[in-house]
Write a new protein. Structure first.
Length: 135
């Protein structure tokens, strides 16, 4: 029998999460928006913006504090290099105490099914996220 994947229209693990809030004692994060776009070679992508606030007392980056998971149809999507800038470069850049920065993460998508975004603090005691309708 042929197996046909079914779209995950509303991932259970992001269904009841806020798209903004505190993640741990010293971090505030907001999913600020997203857009569907194309790479220079025509591949479809989704670009997601995050507003990351460091409320701590020392410089730290997004990746020092948080874990990011982006999936489509249950498959994890890896951040890509876009216009010569990798998402990892932005996500590891130090952010000064009290500073808020807008970070962009782009991922290639396979179709117009929803994209799930899930972010946790490093201890996995708090999470936020949502399902993005990219059709």
């Amino acid at each position: 029998a042929d197996w046909k994947p079914e779209p995950v229209l509303q991932p259970v693990w992001t269904a009841d999460l806020s798209q903004t809030g505190a993640l741990g004692e010293d971090t505030y994060l907001s999913i600020a928006g997203f857009e569907r776009d194309r790479t220079e070679t025509g591949e479809e992508l989704v670009r997601i913006w995050f507003d990351f606030t460091n409320n701590g007392s020392r410089e730290e980056s997004f990746t020092d504090r948080l874990s990011l998971y982006i999936t489509q149809d249950g498959i994890e999507l890896d951040p890509m290099v876009e216009r010569g800038i990798s998402a990892e470069t932005e996500l590891i850049a130090p952010v000064s105490p009290g500073q808020t920065v807008r970070l962009a993460v782009a991922v290639l998508i396979q179709n117009s099914d929803p994209v799930a975004v899930y972010v946790t603090d490093r201890e996995k005691t708090a999470a936020l996220g949502g399902t993005l309708s990219v059709s």
